[in-house]
Ligand binder design. Sequence first.
Ligand SMILES: CC(C)(COP(=O)(O)OP(=O)(O)OC[C@H]1O[C@@H](n2cnc3c(N)ncnc32)[C@H](O)[C@@H]1OP(=O)(O)O)[C@@H](O)C(=O)NCCC(=O)NCCS
Length: 211
Amino acid sequence: MQFHGGGGAALSASSSFLTLGVIKSPPPYQTKATWPRRPAATRAVVSALAQNHPDPDPKFSISDDALMSRGFALHRSAAGLNLDQLNSIFVAVGFPRRDPEKVRVALEHTPSLLWIEHRKTQRPVAFARATGDGVFNAIIWDVVVDPSYQGIGLGKAVMERLVAELLQMGINNIALYSEPRVLGFYRPLGFAADPDGIRGMVYSRKQKRQK
Ligand SMILES: CC(C)(COP(=O)(O)OP(=O)(O)OC[C@H]1O[C@@H](n2cnc3c(N)ncnc32)[C@H](O)[C@@H]1OP(=O)(O)O)[C@@H](O)C(=O)NCCC(=O)NCCS
């Protein structure tokens, strides 16, 4: 799902809610006493998925060095990121163009982000970010790869690293909204739709236009 800098609906009706398949603690709004105990069969599934837990030396499908040798530089902060060029990628993949000032503010409030630069052109070609409370929960937004660079592993490269970073911070409840056509991209990365029947909801009441 994309984040919207301006007005309009924040989520298309066809989007799905996905969470990483590692839920070790109750959501913060539930006490341990009310958190339902998992049946044995479910616990087995969860422990298998728990391999996604923090790894001191996470192995990625493509290493930083391999990315570099293919002409791509990985960045873990917004420093040096040209927001107009990022906006152009959003537009190229069908997201709305956003107010650059709002994008700047949003990124200031984004503790975890990754982007990949094509070194020859010095342009961003892949991006993903996560917001959250820094302890329990995070939501991933704006996973995009420039259409000219899709299908060569860059989306997976940013997602693997973003998830690894969140898990290393101890954040196990990681969610995102996915367009139906992208579910197959997120599933192998450890995400499941409606895990344990938990459904995502978004505020969708139409706002009156402000004059
Ligand atoms: C979705 C997106 C981020 C994927 O990035 P990408 O760089 O093209 O994907 P990768 O090359 O890293 O693909 C990684 C794996 O996912 C698979 N994959 C990629 N897109 C997929 C899709 N839409 N459905 C199913 N599988 C997909 C690839 O085949 C590859 O599989 P492999 O590891 O077995 O070889 C990119 O296509 C994109 O920016 N799309 C438009 C914006 C968008 O929809 N973002 C998500 C918003 S919810």
